[in-house]
Ligand binder design. Structure first.
Ligand code: SAH
Length: 342
């Protein structure tokens, strides 16, 4: 029998499994606390569990752990980037960022990505597999342990498309926010998507109270389809309509991400069209100077980003320019993993 990934189980699932094998229900809660509050790395550390049950746990379950393969600390910002090795030998990236309001972590949701955005390093070598809930949780647990810092904000903006790994991401969020576990408020979680329309609707039905961030990056379909192939399936109009439904259903504001790329999506017309598109929508726009990746020669002159911001402002849309962080440590999505597998 294959051992089960115990960290990916909800408390209810763990209770059901233990009770059906003749254990008392409260044992599940004890074990769950060891895993998600004390964050132990082996069953043998669970000192209030009997030797017989420990033997059973060791036989039937495993605790999925990550290994730090590389760790890069930025000398220009308070950023630490981890390259984690998964139990099957794959690599993912996690970034720890210090802001005025606390520690924020950017986690991966897949090994590689299918979405094919031309500016993104995560997708170049294609898709390998989805991450398990345990592997998303462990990025947080392991990073907290290594850094000694308490994480207060979580963004799903690392490698992968979170809504393409929908069930595992939702399970991860449920475990993360469970009262008997880390009890993290989902108000402090941001899920970023390239625009999988049916999944945005599915997410809005769950009313999780998290922040949705939509990677728009162009305001006309021709350009967006060139740089984001997902647009050929769900175009801008369909995407914005889904965003409208999301806002209506959840009462939450959406963040739009727009990486300004010289000569691709930075013109005055693109800015005016964007303002038109977002008019009346409860949203915020983040402009990002595109992070240069080796495989493409995209650039982003800061004066073009400011010009784009001013154009939006003149049309009544406020936008902030996101700082590029960790430029000295390859912090753009997927660059470190890319180097490692090469
Ligand atoms: N797949 C999800 C989340 C991962 S990417 C999504 O598409 O939203 C996280 C964010 O980084 C997205 O907004 C993505 O478009 C952006 N991004 C990826 N590569 C980038 C680069 N080279 N420069 C600037 N932003 C980039």
């Amino acid at each position: 029998m294959d051992k089960r990934d115990i960290l990916s189980l909800s408390l209810a699932e763990l209770e059901e499994i233990l009770v059906s094998s003749g254990e008392k229900k409260f044992r599940a809660r004890q074990i769950y606390e060891w895993l998600h509050i004390k964050k132990v790395e082996s069953f043998d550390e669970m000192t209030n569990i009997s030797a017989t049950l420990l033997t059973k746990l060791n036989e039937e379950f495993y605790i999925n752990l990550l290994n730090i393969s590389r760790k890069l600390e930025s000398t220009v910002d308070n950023i630490v980037k981890y390259l984690y090795r998964l139990s099957d030998g794959n690599y993912i990236e996690t970034v720890l960022m210090e802001y005025n309001h606390g520690m924020s972590i950017c986690i991966s949701t897949q090994v590689g990505c299918k979405m094919g955005c031309t500016f993104c390093a995560s997708t170049i070598a294609g898709f390998v597999r989805n991450l398990e809930p345990s592997e998303m949780l462990q990025q947080i647990y392991s990073t907290e342990k290594d850094s000694g810092k308490k994480i207060s904000n979580i963004v799903l903006m690392g490698i992968g498309e979170p809504l393409d790994n929908f069930d595992n991401v939702i399970k991860f969020l449920q475990i993360l926010s469970s009262k008997e576990g880390s009890n993290m408020s989902l108000r402090h979680v941001t899920v970023s998507t390239c625009g999988l329309v049916p999944k945005i609707d599915k997410l809005s039905d769950l009313r999780l109270g998290l922040t949705l961030s939509v990677s728009l990056h162009a305001s006309n379909n021709k350009t967006r389809s060139e740089i984001m192939p997902v647009n050929r399936t769900y175009n801008i109009e369909e995407l914005i309509a889904a965003c409208r439904r999301y806002i209506k259903k959840t009462g939450r504001r959406i963040t739009f991400e727009y990486a300004v790329i010289d000569d691709v999506n930075s013109s005055n017309e693109e800015a005016f069209r964007l303002a038109e598109l977002l008019r009346g929508l409860n949203c915020h726009v983040n402009l990002i100077p595109v992070n240069a990746i080796k495989e493409r020669n995209y650039t982003s002159l800061i004066k073009n980003v400011h010009n784009f911001q001013n154009n939006l402002k003149n049309k009544g849309i406020n936008a902030t320019i996101r700082r590029t962080l960790g430029s000295d440590i390859n912090a753009a999505c997927g660059q470190l993993r890319r180097d490692e597998i090469k």
